[in-house]
Design a protein around this ligand. Structure first.
Ligand code: C2E
Ligand code: MG
Ligand code: MG
Ligand code: MG
Length: 279
């Protein structure tokens, strides 16, 4: 009896797995074409200072699938990483972001904005990555100091030496680095002194329960203090309420990103209103 049930459960499991595998294969095949078929969109989420003025934007990728609608990067980035597609996609994102920077360069209200671009470890470890960034900067005329590359702690786990060399080469170009989702990875704090970092981004999981959870509050306070002592700027991610923003401001956080300040949105003309900036 038990054996029969087990058999049935196994068959069910098999079928569910099979469906998942097929779904995934379809999505992967669609993703191969997404770039050429012009289905990728770059959204931008403003980052504000304590006075509510936009100081930068994070570029966030969207896939407008012809049948499924908007597919989240949480779904397709891992697929793109596995299939190697992330390299071409990542270059496209960098190009778009650098074009936008160059476009703003002669607008007095916007010429100091930074754009942060998420970089996958797979893309980062590609042999041609530094040259690719250099070429994109040259081709677009973007100021390298306005480009912030967001990396995660996972980058330092596999080949820390290569990661460090790549970061040093890019920072020699003037490019800056933010450590994304800080506090959620497994890397050691010693990276903070060995790598050319400019910014820590407090992961939204700590910000979410800040006011209810003393442990989260303690972690956030510690990250802010650590950033301060290391002369790194610190950005809180996922700020959704005025109460969270007030707490963060009171505890010395100077930069904010989250739905409270602004949602990610496309930039069509580049003249879209941004919080705290004249249009
Ligand atoms: P991330 O870099 O940590 O980006 C922040 C995520 O939080 C974004 O999700 C953003 O839309 C979301 N978010 C912003 N404010 C709030 C808020 O107040 N509340 C909540 N609940 N969420 C908020 P998104 O756009 O879905 O991106 C997810 C992740 O996908 C990113 O996390 C990043 O790791 C990755 N990603 C996005 N674009 C790219 C890209 O161009 N290249 C690579 N390699 N990864 C990307
Ligand atoms: Mg990010
Ligand atoms: Mg993040
Ligand atoms: Mg993330």
């Amino acid at each position: 009896e038990a054996k029969r049930e087990g058999g049935a459960a196994l068959r069910f499991f098999d079928r569910a797995m099979q469906t998942q595998v097929i779904e995934r294969a379809h999505l992967e095949a669609d993703l191969e074409r997404a770039l050429d078929a012009d289905q990728l969109r770059l959204f931008y989420q403003p980052q504000g200072d304590a006075a509510g003025v936009t100081v930068g934007l994070e570029a966030l990728l969207r896939w407008e699938h012809p049948v499924r609608g908007m597919v989240s990067p949480g779904v397709f980035i891992p697929l793109a990483e596995e299939g190697g597609r992330i390299v071409a996609i990542g270059n496209w994102v960098l190009e778009q972001a650098c074009h936008q920077l160059a476009h703003w360069a002669d607008q007095p209200a916007r010429c100091e904005l930074t754009i942060s671009v998420n970089v996958s470890p797979v893309q980062f470890r590609e042999a041609g990555f530094v040259d690719g960034v250099r070429e994109i900067l040259a081709a677009t005329g973007a100021d390298p100091r306005r480009l912030v590359l967001e990396v995660t702690e996972s980058l330092f786990l596999q080949d820390p030496k290569l990661a460090r060399e790549t970061m040093l080469a890019l920072s020699a170009l003037g490019v800056r680095f933010a450590l994304d989702d800080f506090g959620t990875g497994y890397s050691s704090l010693s990276y903070l002194k060995r790598l050319p970092l400019d910014e820590l981004k407090i992961d939204q999981s700590f910000v979410r329960d800040l006011l209810a959870s003393p442990a989260d509050a303690a972690i956030v306070e510690t990250i802010i203090a650590l950033a301060d002592r290391l002369s790194l700027s610190v950005t809180a991610e996922g700020v959704e309420t005025e109460a969270q923003a007030a707490w963060l401001r009171d505890h010395g956080c100077r930069h904010f990103q989250g739905y409270l300040f602004a949602r990610p949105a496309p930039l069509v003309s580049g003249k879209e209103p941004l919080p705290g900036l004249p249009s």
